[in-house]
Structures are given as structure tokens and as C-alpha cells.
Design a protein around this ligand. Structure first.
Ligand code: 13P
Length: 284
């Protein structure tokens, strides 16, 4: 089917207490690994594309890959801009064919973040495109975006609720203690914040930095109202470790299909595991 927006998917996720996985797309093998996992699990999902990945692959290739994957399949697939950094960047993604966008104004003063996010919601909704906003700062490194742990700050529940009311976003990412990249220790997730915000707003909360979060914490977050979880690093690690293993066994391999194929299969298995954990298996 054609690419879809997050509207219906996320409403259902919140209602039925499961989470839709956002899996970042970085190349053809990522695209296929995620799509194959979704078909095996009958799970709806979101292709997340950061501005860095967009630069790497090229806007037209990204949209063409996502469309090709979705159109061949009965599974609902969303193409979502991850951490859009400006009004202009978000508009470019919509024009290119994205069905969902995130505007990350979390580094801006609250009023400025609200003003730009609200404007994006107005335009995006007129075009049938869903919008994710962000409040509080999520730590860690993602592409060119790096936030030191001490600069990452947890969202205040009353601000998050006000942010939703003033912007009308379809999903709200709030910093609750997770970070992009791998964790040094166990992340300290502020479940009480998820609980308070999720009760007060009708749209799901988004958990960024899903890699390396213990399964029981993921289940608890979903039970409280997290309806979208982003995963990238664990997939990157699965792919790279498999490539290393192939070369350890056969250092003379030169056909990329001989190492990218097994790498794609390894990543597919990681994605399947996440879809089951998130409760999205069987929801397509
Ligand atoms: P991880 O790379 O930590 O899984 O985070 C992904 C993410 O949040 C993308 O926005």
C-alpha cells in the first residue's frame, strides 16, 4: 500500500497499549532488513530518516526506497523525518514525499519551540502529514547531533502538557532519561513523568534512544503510555558485528553481497525481536 502517516497507527497504539517501532533507515540493507522483519511479524512500523542519513543517501533515493518497500506490501509503513532541525528542513521533507515529520526544537526557549512546532503542525496537517515534537533534551550522539549528559535535561510534566495543548502534535518526545547510542550503565528512566504526561494528553509519548534499554523497562514504559519507540544503534551494531565476523572467517571476500547479505539478516532478527517486545507484532 502507499506510505501512510502516523495518525491512525499511533492512536491505535495508545488505545491498545503497544508501541510502533521507529527503525532508522541508513541504506538499502537497512530498508530491506526492516521490511522483511515487518512482513514476518505482520507489524506496522516507521522508517526514521535523520538529516544526516538524508545527506548520505540523497532525498530522492530515500523516498524511492521507502515507497518501493511499502508499495510491495500490505503492511502500513510510515516515512518519518527524525529530528528535523528547522521549519525549512521539515518543509523540504514533506515536499519530497515524507508522510510524517519530527521538528526538534528542544534546544530552543519554550515559547519559540511552541511557535515553530505549531506552525509546522498547521502546514503538515493540511497536507495529511503527522508531526512529532520534542521537549527536554535527549542526551547522547546521533549523526551530527551530540548532547553531553550534563546538558541533557529531563522534561517537566506541566511544560510537556502545555506544549501538547499549544501545538497539537500527534506524538510527543520527552526527555525521560534515555539517550541516543549505547549506555554505559542502566538508564534511569523517569517513569513517573511518562505516567503523568500520558494521562493528561491523548497522543502517545515517544521514547528516543531505545537501544540498550532493558526489556522490562520498555514494557513498563509502554504500559504507561509510550506508543512509539526509536531504535537505531542496536541495528547498526548487529550489522557491523556481522560484517566483522564474515571478514574474520574469510578475509579475502570482495563481493559486498557476501557480507552485506548476512549483515542484513542479522539486523532483521534484531528488528523482529523489538517488534515482539513492543507488542506491535500481528497489528498490521
Ligand atoms: P538509539 O540509536 O539509541 O537506538 O536511538 C535512536 C533514536 O532515538 C533515533 O531518534
Amino acid at each position: 500500500m502507499p506510505l501512510v502517516s502516523m495518525f491512525e497507527l499511533l492512536q491505535r497504539a495508545k488505545r491498545e497499549r503497544f508501541a510502533v517501532g521507529q527503525f532508522n533507515m541508513n541504506n538499502l540493507e537497512f530498508t530491506k532488513a526492516i521490511m522483511e522483519a515487518a512482513e514476518m511479524e505482520r507489524a506496522p512500523f516507521i522508517f526514521g530518516v535523520s538529516e544526516g542519513a538524508m545527506k548520505y543517501m540523497g532525498e530522492r533515493y530515500v523516498v524511492a526506497l521507502a515507497r518501493a518497500a511499502a508499495e510491495e506490501s500490505p503492511i502500513p509503513v510510515v516515512l518519518h523525518l527524525d529530528h528535523g532541525s528547522s521549519f525549512e528542513s521539515v518543509m523540504r521533507a514533506i515536499r519530497a514525499g515524507f508522510t510524517s515529520v519530527m521538528f526538534d526544537g528542544s534546544h530552543l526557549p519554550f515559547a519559540e519551540n511552541v511557535r515553530i512546532t505549531r506552525e509546522i503542525v498547521r502546514v503538515a496537517h493540511a497536507m495529511g502529514v503527522s508531526v512529532e515534537g520534542e521537549l527536554g533534551t535527549i542526551g547522547g550522539v546521533e549523526d551530527d547531533l551530540s548532547v553531553e549528559e550534563e546538558d541533557a535535561h529531563i522534561a517537566k510534566p506541566e511544560e510537556a502538557i502545555r506544549f501538547y495543548e499549544e501545538t497539537g502534535v500527534d506524538a510527543l518526545a520527552i526527555a525521560v532519561g534515555t539517550a541516543h547510542g549505547m549506555y554505559k550503565g542502566r538508564p534511569h528512566i523517569r517513569f513517573e513523568i511518562i505516567d503523568e504526561v500520558a494521562r493528561a494528553i491523548p497522543v502517545p509519548i515517544v521514547l528516543h534512544g531505545g537501544s540498550g534499554v532493558p526489556d522490562e523497562d520498555i514494557r513498563r514504559a509502554i504500559a504507561l503510555g509510550v506508543g512509539k519507540i526509536n531504535v537505531n544503534t542496536e541495528n547498526q551494531v548487529a550489522m557491523t558485528q556481522t560484517i566483522k565476523r564474515v571478514f574474520e572467517g574469510k578475509p579475502d571476500v570482495y563481493d559486498p553481497r557476501k557480507y552485506l547479505g548476512p549483515a542484513k539478516d542479522a539486523m532483521r532478527d534484531v528488528v523482529r525481536g523489538k517488534m515482539r517486545l513492543f507488542g506491535s507484532s500481528g497489528k498490521a
